[in-house]
Design a protein around this ligand. Structure first.
Ligand code: LLP
Length: 457
């Protein structure tokens, strides 16, 4: 599953002790296991091998350039949703042709940079001069854009025409399928802002057929995240396949079918379907298209990096209130927002435990002796600032280290500087080797944009 294990009561990431990393790099700290990323990516590609999947890793899950570089070295492309993510993917060495540009609100400037590197905000910067994989103005266009509306397609067509290029796009369709996940992360229902109603695909393809600067080359669907059952995926894939058949019958060339993301991660052992379980259901639908030469794309994020990341936090105070006991930590909603925003479950456990408290499963209420309910909270001035409520835990003392598991996806990427806390450092562990891949924010770095500000109106 992943490479975070207890041995003699100590939590290890691959061949490194988590406590040693916390001492060396401070807390809160995000720790990633390279081997877990390799395993999960490999498993995904293998499961869908019969359709030669184009796996575009969704940077929004965890965008650190070193993680993206690792994935790129394994053959992953990138799914990006802003010019920021696009530039990150390119800086990390993902070829532009393997980048898919998605997102419901792409601006004029974003589309311009996606099509032509001379419009990249990195052009002429010292950072690009030192670290870019090549000259930014010669990097070419993204593989395709996942377009979310007719107006976006018109904008894309116009910009491509101004630049003297042909833009490639896949139309994101909304199949009105319930992903059966949290309402904040459901995207495939008609009431959601994403995509266009699937019935409208033929009309929209017809409208752009023969355009000299826009090639509408395929369809995209993404119904939500995480989706733990295969039925919603099957329904979405069937809808996509039916729409593609209709378009092909109408004379439109279908080159891309993009199934999106939403593949689960294992927050509690046994909860998630693995890639091969999804694949068993989906391959019969996708294979005929792959056999026709259609590119079958996926945009997984969570399933690749979710279990590959651990958040380590140090308990600052233990406070026994009238109703509850609080472990006040240096991580909170500013470090990991998921429990506050979605009431998401993350397994939390001390990084050092006595033999009888070594957890067997990462479940909400382990059947172990001597546990007591505890609210694990952060330092932020909000009652929503919590990592867990009434969670049975072994005895917790001041200065203990707590590990928050399955924090690799949507952990660091959704963290903030709220209450002027610096964002954490990130380290990548490969066997016994440790690399700091992001230093902790400094206060000078945080304040800098507010000083020497030009006083133009
Ligand atoms: N493709 C599209 C179009 C997406 O909107 C998303 C996620 C993905 C791919 C990647 O989904 P994944 O494979 O990682 O499930 N912040 C929430 C998740 C929001 C997901 C947004 N879109 C969370 O922490 O659970």
């Amino acid at each position: 599953m992943d490479h975070f294990r207890y041995q003699d009561g100590e939590l290890w990431c691959e061949r490194v002790r988590v406590a040693e990393l916390a001492e060396r790099f401070g807390t809160p700290l995000y720790i990633y296991s390279a081997q877990t990323i390799r395993d999960h990516f490999g498993r995904f590609v293998e499961a869908f091998a019969p359709v030669r999947p184009a796996v575009r890793y969704a940077l929004k899950a965890a965008g650190n350039t070193h993680l993206v570089r690792l994935l790129a070295s394994l053959g992953a492309g990138a799914d990006v949703v802003s010019i920021g993510e696009l530039e990150r993917a390119w800086m990390a060495g993902v070829p532009m042709g393997s980048i898919t540009f998605a997102g419901v609100g792409k601006t004029e400037a974003e589309l311009r940079a996606a099509l032509d590197g001379s419009h990249s905000p990195l052009r002429g910067t010292a950072l690009a001069a030192r670290h870019a994989p090549g000259p930014v103005e010669r990097r070419g266009s993204v593989g395709w854009c996942n377009a979310e509306s007719e107006q976006e397609l018109q904008r894309l067509e116009r910009i491509a025409s101004e630049l003297g290029l042909i833009a490639r796009a896949a139309l994101r369709v909304n199949p009105n399928v319930d992903a059966q996940t949290h309402r904040f992360t459901t995207t495939g229902l008609s009431e959601n802002k994403f995509g266009v109603d699937i019935e409208r695909a033929p009309e929209i393809f017809g409208r752009f057929a023969g355009s000299p600067s826009l090639r509408l080359a395929g369809l995209h669907v993404h119904i939500g995240s995480p989706v733990y059952r295969h039925e919603p995926f099957v329904r979405a894939a069937e809808a996509l396949s039916a729409a593609a058949s209709l378009l092909a019958a109408g004379g439109h060339a279908i080159e891309i079918l993009n199934l999106g993301g939403g593949w689960g991660a294992d927050y509690t052992t046994g909860q998630s379907l693995w890639a091969r379980d999804y694949a068993a259901q989906l391959l019969p639908i996708l294979r005929p298209w792959a056999d026709l030469g259609v590119e079958i794309a996926f945009e997984p994020g969570r399933t690749i990096v979710g279990n590959a990341g651990l958040l380590v936090t140090r308990v600052q105070y233990v406070k026994a209130g009238r109703a509850r006991t609080f472990a006040v930590c240096d991580a909170g909603m500013h470090t990991l927002l998921r429990p506050s925003l979605y009431e998401a479950f993350h397994f939390i456990w001390p990084a050092r435990v006595r033999a009888e408290h070594v957890p067997v499963r990462r479940e909400p209420a382990p059947d172990l002796p001597g546990l007591a309910p505890c609210d694990v909270v952060g330092p932020v001035c909000e009652s929503a600032d919590l990592l867990a409520q009434q969670r049975p835990l072994p005895p917790i003392a001041q200065d203990d280290l707590l590990a928050v598991f399955t924090a690799g996806a949507y952990g660091m990427s959704m963290s903030s500087n709220y209450n002027d806390h610096g964002r954490p450092a990130e380290v990548l562990v490969e066997g016994g080797r440790v690399r700091c891949i992001r230093r902790r924010d400094t206060l000078a770095g945080l304040f800098e944009p507010e000083f020497d500000v030009e006083t133009t109106p």
